[in-house]
Ligand binder design. Sequence first.
Ligand code: FAQ
Length: 315
Amino acid sequence: MFLQEAEKTFQEKIDSEIKIEPKDWMPEAFRKTNLRQISQHAHSEIVGMLPEGNWISRAPSLKRKAILIAKVQDEAGHGLYLYSAAETLGMSREQMVADLNSGKAKYSSIFNYPTLTWADMGAVGWLVDGAAILNQVMLCRTSYGPYARAMVRICKEESFHQRQGFEILLILSKGSKAQREMCQDAINRWWWPSLMMFGPKDSESTNSDQSIKWKIKRKTNDELRQQFVDMIAEQIKLLGMTLPDKDLKWNDKTKHYDFGEINWDEFWNVVKGNGPCNKDRLIARNKAHDEGAWVREAAIAFAEKRKSNINTKAA
Ligand code: FAQ
């Protein structure tokens, strides 16, 4: 009886756009779904530093290097806000990191593709951050308070990321023949994996129905993917490049672009750990974690020393 009443009151709060806060009663499945999504999102930000980190030492100028370092650092910050939001749901950060490093936890499929040329930094910023923003703007209004608030700040930074990516490609698109080819090649390789970021088709999405009812998600995977295709199909005209899809065509009836079928076998293969870089990503994360152990130990020792100094002064 209590449970039924509590669930009814909970849904009424959601329906009237009142945010759910950490100390509020919530159904166990709501807690678990948020914890799953927020921690996967945090892991994506952290693993997402690796493909771009690969180019920091090879950026073509000091200015580009400084911008890229700042962007990669922003992603680390996003991971930290998101881990903090996830911790309010009852799992420790140590546990979340352990799940990522053991390969138990998921992160976005997109970060399992390699960054082969400098143009990939443009394509990642424009397409990957572009896809991330569409999804994340919607999450600024998600029903769990700490997640929604983290997303507001993240979105501001992501929109800068997208513009810097587009600008890299714009410069290349006006450059030499080799630069234009490099630009087109990067777009060709990143286009389809970017579409996969939005998740499986709605008919295959196991979590969407309940997440929409609880306003964790405000739009479905297919709705956001379509919004992304419509946006990029217009922006690419400014670059004078093409998208690698012969079926991409404006549909006057639907007022949207039609597009070709995604290779779902490739998507699930990457999600299951068999993409081009899945193994390398986990090796890199584990190495960073092991090599950073002394920093964590030193930070704890310093905090304890400060605490005991304060206690001694107070006594
Ligand atoms: N990759 O039922 P649904 C970024 C899994 S951040 C891997 O539709 P849901 C910033 C899904 O977990 C990018 N797995 O799931 C940046 C579920 O498995 P589970 C990350 C995927 O949660 C830029 C199963 O498939 N953004 O890019 C993927 O309702 C540049 C069934 O799927 C977020 O995480 C995938 N692409 O919808 C950083 C945003 N898609 O857990 C560095 C927040 C689905 O039941 C550089 N997350 N799966 O075992 C979301 O909005 C949602 O979680 C979706 C998936 C839309 C990703």
